[in-house]
Design a protein around this ligand. Structure first.
Ligand code: PLP
Length: 235
C-alpha cells in the first residue's frame, strides 16, 4: 500500500470539493470540509491542523476526549460530534464540543441544552434524519422532524443550524443524489416554517458520495477516508 502523505491527501480532498462546487455552479465558499478523524491518532490531526484544517469530526466520546486533551495547545480547532449519542454521554459532548450533528430525539437535545456550560456559546446542532428509511439506522423520521426542530428551537443553549444524514450506500451519481435531495427539501421546508431560525447547514457527503451531496446543496462535507486513509479499527 502506498504510504499516506497527509499534505497530499488533504490537498486532493480540497481540490475534489472545489471541483464538485464548480461543477454544481456553486461558489467556492459554499461548502467546507469537516475532517473525520475517528480511530486516527492525535498526531495526524495535529499535522492536518498545521495544514490549515480547523473542523474535525469524531464519533466516539472517550476517544475524542483523549485526543482533545493531547491537542489542547492547538488554537482554533472546532470539534464536531457526529456519532450516535447515548444519554450517559451527553454531558461530555455538551462540555467539549462546538457542534453536534447527530441529535435525533428530544430527550438527547434537552440533556445537551441543560448540560451546556453557561460560559460557552450555544451548542451548534444538526438534526440527524433517517433519510433512507431503514429501520436499523438512527435518525428522526421526516414525519417527526418538524416537531423535533420546534422543540430544539425553544432550547436557549442550542442553536439549530440544519440537518445531517447518512444515506444507505448507493451506486452511481443519480441514485446517490436522491436521498440528499430529500434532505435539502426537508431543510427548505423547515426554513419556510421557521423563518427566524439560523438554518444554514446541510451536513452531507462522505468519501464515497461527496459530489452527489454537493450537487444537492451540501454545506459541510464529512470526509474521513479521503483525508486520513482507510480505517483499520471497526468504525
Ligand atoms: C466515519 C464517518 C464519516 C466519514 O466517512 P468516510 O467514508 O471515511 O469519508 C462521515 N460521517 C460520519 C457520521 C461518519 O461516521
Amino acid at each position: 500500500m502506498k504510504a499516506l502523505i497527509l499534505s497530499e491527501s488533504l490537498a486532493a480532498a480540497r481540490a475534489r470539493l472545489a471541483a464538485a462546487l464548480a461543477d454544481a455552479g456553486r461558489p467556492a465558499s459554499a461548502a467546507r470540509l469537516l475532517a473525520v478523524s475517528k480511530t486516527k491518532p492525535a498526531a495526524m490531526i495535529r499535522e492536518v491542523w498545521h495544514l490549515g484544517q480547523r473542523d474535525f469530526g469524531e464519533n466516539y466520546v472517550q476517544e475524542a476526549l483523549d485526543k482533545q486533551a493531547e491537542l489542547a495547545d492547538l488554537d482554533g480547532v472546532v470539534w464536531h460530534f457526529i456519532g450516535p449519542l447515548q444519554s450517559n454521554k451527553t454531558r461530555d459532548v455538551a462540555e467539549h464540543f462546538a457542534w453536534v450533528h447527530s441529535v435525533d430525539r428530544e430527550k438527547i437535545a434537552r440533556r445537551l441544552n441543560d448540560q451546556r456550560p453557561e460560559g460557552l456559546p450555544p451548542l451548534e446542532v444538526c438534526l440527524q434524519v433517517n433519510i433512507s428509511d431503514e429501520a436499523s439506522k438512527s435518525g428522526v423520521s421526516l414525519a417527526e422532524l418538524p416537531a423535533l426542530a420546534e422543540a430544539v428551537l425553544a432550547m436557549p443553549h442550542l442553536r439549530l443550524r440544519g440537518l445531517m444524514a447518512i444515506p444507505a450506500p448507493a451506486e452511481g451519481r443519480d441514485a446517490q443524489r436522491e436521498p440528499f435531495a430529500r434532505l435539502r427539501e426537508a431543510l427548505e421546508a423547515l426554513r419556510e416554517r421557521f423563518p427566524e431560525a439560523p438554518l444554514d447547514t446541510l451536513s452531507m457527503g462522505m468519501t464515497a458520495d461527496l459530489e452527489a451531496a454537493v450537487l444537492e446543496g451540501a454545506t459541510l462535507v464529512r470526509l474521513g477516508t479521503a483525508i486520513f486513509g482507510e480505517r483499520t479499527a471497526p468504525a
